[in-house]
Design a protein around this ligand. Structure first.
Ligand code: UD1
Length: 375
């Protein structure tokens, strides 16, 4: 069935890939995006849209906090994919009001429209995040499954990076994290993502609008904003390497994440559109495989064929967790299969990165964090 679909943040990294897939599936798509300068440089000022954005979607410039603009964008829509958000974990720890405003209040405005205005929306899919778990799930030899919270100040000061059992202090092993793990958000960004998820599900339930929250794990791929120093680690490292600079690695580089190709994130969104069984539910979207930050740096160095050693700074970035990778069985039971292998995804990322101009703003971002004692 052809749907009329609104994608907030549709000009962004994940949003734009979702737009392509929705158009390919025959839907009609309206993009609503503020073209945030940190992500999109001077496009908004010049009245332009990103080159990569599909020609055959309707484009509306606007901020989700602007109720009138968003209300108009809702006109005639059957489905809303809410992808618009500020996304930097480190940056959220000092731009507190901006993150809460853009993410929590922006989503509140969107939901306020659904609750109070006449509209035709019959499905809402919200981009949530694995960051809402805080630390992932772990195994202790003595206590079985455990959910440690943030490492203590003392432990981090001693550069003793690995997690310990909250009960007995023994070293613990990371396990795949399922959706039932208690949520312990450790950054302002993560708190706003938890807000977005819970607020959307709450209003969806109250007003009978089928709502799905997808908890994205670390997403990478073409179109990730290379010049944004607060973007994801694979894009930051690529931008640094392209400019002849070493990737800067916090802690010891053995912290791990579940690096998920953007096309697999899109796959999960299409499934959420198609499958009623997902309504009112939360789903991890990842690969189930843990990779270290050092693995990412090394893969990029190898694929870019540059002679650079990563700089391991042995400092902790405020708000960071140590390990988290997905248990994707809930989504797999509905047919989701992560399709892109990390090696292939990195090769594709590098091929794309080579064609880009990246301004390396990382030093400035690092100094910001250091000046505030956040890294
Ligand atoms: C990322 C996303 C977040 C998303 C989450 C789950 C960004 C900016 N953040 O957060 O929006 O919700 O995944 O999908 O895209 N690191 C370095 N050096 C750097 C940058 C990072 O060592 O230059 C380390 C960090 O300390 C951390 C790891 O890499 O240990 C991952 O960091 P990052 O890419 O920012 O991802 P998340 O914080 O997991």
């Amino acid at each position: 069935m052809t749907e009329r679909i609104l994608v907030t943040g549709g000009a962004g990294f994940i949003g734009s890939h979702l737009v392509d897939a929705l158009l390919d599936a025959g839907h009609s798509v309206r993009v609503f995006d503020s073209l945030e300068p940190q992500v999109h440089g001077g496009l908004r000022e010049r009245g332009e849209w990103p080159d990569y954005l599909a020609a055959d979607c309707e484009k509306v410039l606007g901020d989700v906090r602007d109720r009138d603009a968003l209300r108009k964008a809702f006109d005639g829509m059957d489905v809303v994919f809410h992808q618009a958000a500020a996304v930097g974990v480190g940056q959220s720890m000092y731009e507190v009001a901006r993150y809460v405003d853009a993410n929590t209040r922006g989503t509140a405005v969107l939901l306020d429209i659904l609750a109070n205005e006449r509209h035709s929306v019959r499905k809402l899919v919200v981009a949530s995040s694995m960051s809402i778990y805080g630390e992932g799930k772990y195994h202790c030899d003595k206590h079985g499954e455990v959910y440690p919270k943030l490492r203590s100040e003392g432990q981090l000061a001693a550069r003793d990076w690995e997690m310990r059992c909250p009960m007995c202090g023994r070293p613990v092993e990371p396990l795949p994290t399922g959706e039932d793990k208690p949520l312990h958000a450790t950054s302002i960004y993560a708190i706003t993502k938890k807000d977005q998820e819970e607020m959307c599900l709450t209003i969806g339930r109250a007003y009978g609008i089928p709502t799905v929250a997808l908890r994205y794990f670390n997403t990478y791929g073409p179109r990730q904003a290379l010049s944004n120093p607060y973007t994801g680690v694979a894009a930051i490292f690529s931008g640094r390497l392209l400019n002849g600079n070493p990737p800067v690695i916090f802690e010891d580089g053995l912290q791990s994440r579940d690096f998920t190709h953007v096309s697999d994130i899109v796959q999960a969104n299409l499934l959420a559109l198609a499958r009623e069984e997902m309504d009112d539910g939360v789903f991890n979207v990842g690969t189930g495989q843990a990779l270290t930050i050092l693995d990412v740096a090394e893969a990029l160095i190898e694929h870019l064929a540059v002679q650079v050693e990563p700089e391991i700074v042995r400092k902790f970035r405020a708000g960071d967790i140590r390990h988290c990778f997905a248990d994707v069985s809930r989504l797999q039971a509905l047919g989701y299969r992560p399709r892109v292998r990390f090696e292939d995804g990195m090769a594709e990322l590098v091929a794309w990165v080579r064609q880009q101009q990246a301004v390396d703003g990382f030093e400035r971002a690092r100094q910001e964090l250091a000046r505030r004692g956040l890294a």
